[in-house]
Write a protein that binds this ligand. Sequence first.
Ligand SMILES: *Cc1c(COP(=O)(O)O)cnc(C)c1O
Length: 226
Amino acid sequence: MSFLTDKYHKLKQELDAKGITLVAVSKTKSVAEIQEAYNAGQRDFGENYVQELVEKYEALPKDIRWHFIGHLQSNKVKYIAPFVHLIHGVDSEKLLSEINKQGQKFDRPIPCLLQVHIAAEETKFGLDKAELGAIIDKIAAGNGPVFAEVSGLMGMASFTEDNDLIKKEFRELKQLFDDCKARLSTINYPFPILSMGMSADYGFAIEAGSTMVRIGSLLFGSRIRK
Ligand SMILES: *Cc1c(COP(=O)(O)O)cnc(C)c1O
């Protein structure tokens, strides 16, 4: 077992005091380890592979709020649509419309976040500003998806030792978030969630205005991907 209960309580308390949601990233971790975190009081967990998420959903208590934080292929949305709590990585209109379709099929709204590409690196997924703007325009015009409930933004900073770059990227994402939120407030459309910050950089993310952090290795120890 590697779930760090003392560390968890300290972090959870700190985040609760600031009104920030903690998503415990449990990818690669066993059902027993997640159960241990659950017993310590944690309810929000994040996974990045569909099959792994479905297996864990089936094995674990049903009041867990499952977050899908990875890159999601449109043809796999159907497997998580019946139960997923929040899909963080919506990076195309195609994926958004598939989520909408599956939400309609299962007759439940599926909350999701638009993933924005903020990192200097080429490798990370996400919408650019123009693509983000196009989706926000549609919602603001009343033509947004009905069953895919777009509830905010998500982003990842560069994987770097350059703290100034990380801070700059998070500030940029916060600015985009504020802009979207302001546009949508004209139609009273709520846009409450800004998901940014991981084990290595969550302090900077919180400084910049994050409302939700996704933390794995700090709580579960380091990962070895199968
Ligand atoms: C793995 C992962 C995390 C957590 O990373 P840690 O460095 O272990 O905290 C957060 N967000 C995403 C999208 C991830 O894939």
